[in-house]
Every structure is written in C-alpha cells, then in structure tokens.
Design a protein around this ligand. Structure first.
Ligand code: HEM
Length: 401
C-alpha cells in the first residue's frame, strides 16, 4: 500500500500567513488529504473533499475538533454552537437563526443602506479613505446595536475576537501570546452579558428569552453569546476590506461594478472566494473513513482549508487565481463553510456588503490603491488592517440602483 501523503509545510509561520497560496497549491498537488507532520492533523486542501466533509457531520464531528489544540477545544470553545453536534447543535442554532434568518434581516435593509451612505460620505475625503476603517465602522455600528452590548465595549470585543481566532491555531507563539486576551474575552462575556445589562429586543436579550422559555439551559447562554461576538465582526470587516481593495487594484472591475451595481453581491462573494477571511477550521474524525483512497482513523483530525478550496483549479478553472466579479457562481465558495454549520450570518454579511459597495459605486467614479495595505497576521484570519484608497468623487452622486 502506498504511503499516505504527508508534508512538512509550516502553514502557520509568518511567511505562510502572509502568502499561503503557493503552499496551498503544493498541498492540493500532493493529495486529497495530506498529513501535516508539524501539526499532527490531515490538511484537506481541495474544494471537493472540503465540501464533502462539511456535509458528513456523522463522520466528521465539530465537538472537540474545530480548533487545533485541546485547550481551545475543551475550554475556549466548549459549549459553543460552533463546537457542538447533533441535536444539541440544532437546539442552539435555532436560537441564533431566529435572529439571523433572511426574514429577520429584511427589516434591517433600510437602516443598513442609510448607514452605508452616511459612512461613505463621512469617510471619503479628497485624499481618499482607508477601506479597513470604513469597513470596521460599517460592521461595528451595525452589529454592536444588534447585539445589544454597550458601545464602549467595541474595541475590547474586537481585540478579544481576534485573540479567539488565534486560539484556533496550533500551539505556536501566536497562540501563546493570544491566550490571555482570549481567556479574558470568555470572562468578560460571563461578567458583562447579563439579563440586566443587555438591550431589550437585542440578539443577546433573545438568548436570555430562550433560557426563560426553556429552549436552552442557563449554562448555554454565554457560550451561545460568544457566537455573536466572535463570528460577526472580524469576518465581515476583513471580507469587505478585501472586496474594496481588490476592486481598487483593478480599474476595469470597478467600472464593471459601477456599470451594474447589482454586481455588488457577486463581487463580495468573489472576494471571499479569493481570500477567505477564515482560512480553515477543523473536524474530528469519529469513525474510520477514507478520503480519496487515504484512510483516516477515528480520533484523528482534519483541517479544512477553506482558503485553499477557493483557489482550486479543479472547480474554478485555469483562472482560479484571478479576481473577476463576473465569475459564474462565485458563491459556491466555501468561505462560509457548509452543511449544518454553514455560516448563520450570511444574509447580514451580504446585506452590509451590498449596501457598502453600492454606496461606494454611487460616490466614486474611480478607486485606486494609494499605498501599501497592511496585512493582519493571525492563525486563522486573513485580511488587511489598513488599506489606503484614492478616489475620484462623483460630481453629483447618482442614486444607488
Ligand atoms: C464575511 C463574513 C463571514 C464569514 C467569512 C464567515 C465564515 C464562517 C464560517 C467559515 C463558518 C463555519 C464554521 C465551521 O465550518 O464550523 C461560520 C459559522 C458561523 N457564523 Fe459566520 N462568517 C461571516 C459572517 C458572520 C456574521 C455576520 C454572523 C452574524 C452573527 C456570523 C455568525 C456565524 C455563526 C453563529 C456561525 C456558527 C454556525 C454553526 O456552528 O452552526 N457569521 N461563519
């Protein structure tokens, strides 16, 4: 029997985090499942297998397997919706879905659209704007209000969420540095998110209502609340910043969006395919299985490389490494995961992206990168913390289509 494919790639060192794509290409070339010797986990680098695993929760569980260290799996993630399976997952997820479904998000359209217009007008000056700062304000203004947490906790939550994502990675220096902030975040949630502190009618208030109605236990409330604080901000901020930056790099793509603003949502999906804000998540193998002829035993772990799946030529063709907002069905990407744990926040993320890209298309005839963007280095997250963009402003902004 041939030896199982394996690799020594340093997937989480600074060089790889800066530009992981050559390593991803090497892994895709090596096999459908590649044992990463440094981390003791099976990398799944191709789109097809990542998708299949996401849809097989009975064989690939989330509980105890989403992060790369036991500490994160048993402490930081214990009891969360992300790290639960089966009936328990369905029960927890139902509480979030009631707030995040397309129907629930529909009533936000007017507010979010107006906010995007206001922010674009406020951020754009003659010297341009920072796409990361604009995206941060857009997302934080939207979700802080929805979550029902005090505005002054915004910066704290952003720092804590980024640290939580570091904590998903291997036990490297980055992980060790982030641990205190990730633990403080858990503690903060326990202390600050209470029935008497959250805004009535908010997402957090709905969690306590679910406890009072007997849908979930009291002990589930805070782990469930962490889904909102960790999942809803950095992900969307990085996705939006990247979408604007990629458009600013390519004048022709910007023209295409301006000519047809209904391309805003496809442009956002193309940006997510091109650079997944969450590069990977794990699953625990719960029964002996086979991935394209590679045998995996119960107790082993797979690392689903969403970022690599987005560049897989087997599905995206020879132009997988090109950014093109006309790409047919770019929304097949796996940057939102898939299967039972498919991102619960897609309607909200799409709404914010549509509103912001359309507002920019209304106000700017031209975008251009005005300096070197600054990259976020994080065990899990991919994106930019600064992205200076120069603009040519529309004389009389035409109304968004
Ligand atoms: C561009 C923006 C976003 C990206 C790229 C993203 C990405 C993801 C991914 C990859 C997962 C799947 C986790 C897995 O495979 O186990 C996920 C789950 C989740 N996301 Fe998002 N997300 C985004 C925005 C949001 C927003 C705005 C919210 C709103 C609160 C949100 C809430 C959640 C929740 C609650 C889950 C857990 C679902 C479950 O375990 O059943 N996300 N997200």
């Amino acid at each position: 029997m041939p030896a199982a494919p394996s690799s020594d790639v340093p997937l989480f060192d600074d060089h790889a985090l800066t530009d992981p794509y050559p390593l991803y290409a090497e892994l895709r070339q090596t096999g459908p499942a590649v044992h990463l010797k440094r981390y003791g986990v099976w990398a799944i680098p191709r789109h097809r297998e990542v998708e299949a695993i996401l849809h097989a929760p009975d064989v690939y569980g989330s509980e105890g397997g989403v992060a790369l260290t036991e500490l994160a799996n048993t402490q930081i993630l214990a009891g969360t919706v992300l790290a639960s399976d089966g009936e328990r997952h369905v029960r927890l997820r139902r509480v979030l879905s009631a707030q995040l479904s397309p129907r629930a998000i529909r009533h936000l359209v007017e507010t979010v659209t107006a906010r995007a217009g206001r922010l674009v007008e406020a951020h754009i000056t003659d010297s341009g704007f920072d796409a990361a700062k604009l995206s941060r304000d857009m997302v934080c203004d939207t979700v802080m209000e929805l979550m029902g947490l005090p505005e002054e906790t915004r910066d704290y939550l952003l720092t804590g969420a980024a640290a939580t994502f570091e904590g998903f990675g291997p036990d490297n220096e980055r992980f060790q540095r982030a641990l205190p902030a990730a633990s403080r975040m858990v503690q903060f949630l326990h202390e600050a998110v209470r029935r008497d502190t959250v805004t009535p009618g908010s997402w957090m208030a709905a969690i306590f209502r679910a406890v009072d109605d007997g849908q979930i236990d009291e002990k589930d409330a805070i782990p469930l609340a962490s889904a909102y604080t960790a999942a809803s901000m950095d992900t969307t901020i990085l996705g939006l910043t990247n979408a604007i930056t990629q458009l600013a790099r390519r004048p022709r793509q910007w023209e295409l969006l301006r000519a047809d603003p209904t391309r805003a949502t496809p442009a956002f999906h193309e940006a997510l395919r091109f650079d997944a804000p969450i590069q990977g998540f794990g699953r625990l193998v719960t029964q002996t299985t086979d991935i394209g002829g590679v045998r995996l035993e119960a107790g082993e772990q797979v690392w689903l490389l969403y970022g690599s799946a987005g560049r897989d030529r087997r599905i995206w063709g020879p132009r997988a490494d090109a950014f093109d907002i006309r790409r047919p069905r770019a929304d097949r990407h796996l940057a939102f995961g898939g299967g039972p744990h498919l991102c619960a926040g897609i309607p909200l993320a799409e709404l914010q992206a549509r509103a912001l890209l359309r507002a920019l298309a209304t106000h700017c005839t031209r975008l251009e990168l005005a300096g070197q963007p600054v990259r976020v280095l994080n065990n899990l997250l991919r994106g930019l913390s600064q992205s200076p963009v120069a603009v040519e402003r529309a004389r009389a902004p035409r109304p968004a289509a």
